[in-house]
Design a binder for this molecule. Structure first.
Ligand code: MN
Length: 232
């Protein structure tokens, strides 16, 4: 054991259905604009040459069914419902077959976003960190192993705020498949167990307030929920 100057917080980990051991999270990659209708609502279009990414700190991840404060520094905190998936084997410069085999499990995820700070970044050509790498803003529900989930087809992906439907789409609308994302992302990173990828959000993103209850689901996966308490 190293002699550290302070006690390290416990590593964030995700339950996996049917297993007692949990999946510890090392890195979180997020795909930008992976649904054409969401790209359009954000005033852009999907880049069909290649997917692109931003990251969230694993230290900012939280589990589902939790209550977290409305974050500081925003007047426009948004929900983004996403399919999350976890890497199970090391892959670098993966072929399509290797990429598919590297996907260990799928789960529901929320890419919570300070939309006003993200827009500042776009307007001033600055990084998105304040918009995206927000404390408690990567919500990850219990995962289902890939073999149990089966192939991605047109499973419904949806999100409600206080029971009112806000996002409603199917996974068939994803521009880049999970395998394509792994094949591409592994050109840049040595992907390995502990790496989680949020695959982008469908249309219908919008603001949430303190006191709101956010719920979401993807057919065949465990549901996700987040409740926002008053700002600190
Ligand atoms: Mn997103």
């Amino acid at each position: 054991m190293s002699d550290y100057l302070f006690e390290l917080p416990e590593i964030f980990s995700i339950p996996v259905l049917g297993l007692s051991a949990r999946y510890p999270v090392r890195r979180i990659f997020c795909v930008g604009r992976n649904y054409a209708a969401h790209a359009a609502e954000m005033g852009g279009e999907v880049d069909r040459e290649a997917p692109w990414y931003f990251t969230k700190s694993a230290a900012h991840a939280v589990g589902s069914d939790t209550v977290r404060p409305y974050p500081p520094g925003t007047q426009n905190y948004h929900h983004e419902m996403e399919l999350a998936f976890a890497i199970g084997t090391p892959v670098f410069r993966a072929s399509p077959v290797q990429a598919a085999e590297a996907i260990y499990a799928y789960g529901c995820g929320l890419d919570m976003t300070r939309r006003d700070r993200q827009q500042d970044g776009k307007d001033h050509r600055r990084p998105w960190s304040l918009g995206k790498d927000v404390e408690d803003a990567a919500v990850l529900a219990p995962m289902t192993r890939a073999g149990d989930f089966g192939p991605i087809r047109d499973q419904r992906i949806h999100l409600e705020v206080n029971g009112e439907i806000r996002q409603d789409a199917t996974l068939a609308e994803m521009v880049w498949s999970c395998e394509e994302v792994v094949a591409h992302l592994s050109q840049f990173y040595h992907l390995a167990p502990g790496d989680v990828i949020l695959s982008g959000t469908p249309a219908g993103v919008g603001p949430v307030q303190a006191g709101d209850r956010i719920t979401g689901g993807i057919d065949g996966l465990e549901p996700i929920s987040l409740e926002l308490s008053a700002a600190e």
